[in-house]
Write a protein that binds this ligand. Structure first.
Ligand code: HEM
Ligand code: HEM
Length: 163
């Protein structure tokens, strides 16, 4: 895999677009949960554009995550800062891979629940959303730690493209 000096403009745009989409998925989940409860009670929920936007938003997260993984392989991503201890570099790498895994598995479980009527998939969806929330919180804390403690300019890598 190539190792460029920074992220490309496209990688940065996709990162922030997905971040906004994921926040919206969390903030606007209530109508989706209510619709699913109706399905579980044998009722048919009526059309609700917030339910549709949960499905579309989730599918976009899935597509963008796959696109980012392709870019990761073809264009590469910058190596972690030299100043970071080796153990933390590995942890950061694992954390990023786990974020990618959840950005793929979470929408897939949602699709299996909603279109396949699979109750176990809905349970997995709920468990994975909690895992994603925890990981994103850790991710943001790590970014703040780099910014204000290590002062290694890591945040700038997700702001300014280096093609
Ligand atoms: C306010 C929220 C966020 C901040 C401040 C932030 C910050 C950053 C920064 C600075 C990097 C670059 C790390 C590096 O250069 O090694 C990064 C990478 C990354 N972020 Fe975020 N992020 C946020 C939200 C999210 C969300 C919601 C997700 C998705 C669930 C996410 C997923 C990722 C992934 C997977 C990478 C690794 C990219 C790669 O190297 O392939 N981030 N983030
Ligand atoms: C990254 C993308 C996604 C995120 C972050 C996400 C997040 C969430 C959250 C926070 C809930 C509320 C769970 C609760 O009540 O505790 C939920 C419920 C639900 N979502 Fe998603 N979702 C995503 C993608 C999708 C997709 C693509 C579908 C496909 C139709 C979907 C279908 C559902 C269903 C059926 C429920 C209700 C079942 C349940 O509560 O587990 N989701 N989602």
């Amino acid at each position: 895999m190539p190792s460029p000096k920074g992220y490309s403009a496209r990688q940065i745009r996709l990162h922030w677009l997905v971040a906004v989409l994921i926040v919206l998925q969390f903030v606007l989940n209530e109508p989706m949960s209510a619709a699913w409860e109706m399905v579980e009670n044998g009722q048919t929920p009526g059309f609700n554009w917030l339910v549709t936007s949960h499905v579309l938003g989730g599918v976009l997260v899935l597509i963008f995550a796959l696109w980012r993984l392709v870019l990761r392989q073809t264009r590469g991503v910058p190596a972690p800062p030299e100043t970071e201890p080796a153990a933390l570099r590995r942890l950061g790498h694992l954390g990023h891979l786990a974020l990618y895994a959840l950005m793929i598995a979470l929408p897939l479980s949602g699709l299996a629940a909603w279109f396949g009527g699979i109750a176990a998939a809905a349970e997995a969806h709920e468990a994975m959303k909690a895992a994603l929330m925890a990981l994103v919180a850790l991710h943001v804390l790590a970014a703040l730690w780099h910014q204000f403690w290590l002062k290694d300019g890591l945040m700038a890598r997700m702001k300014r493209p280096l093609d």
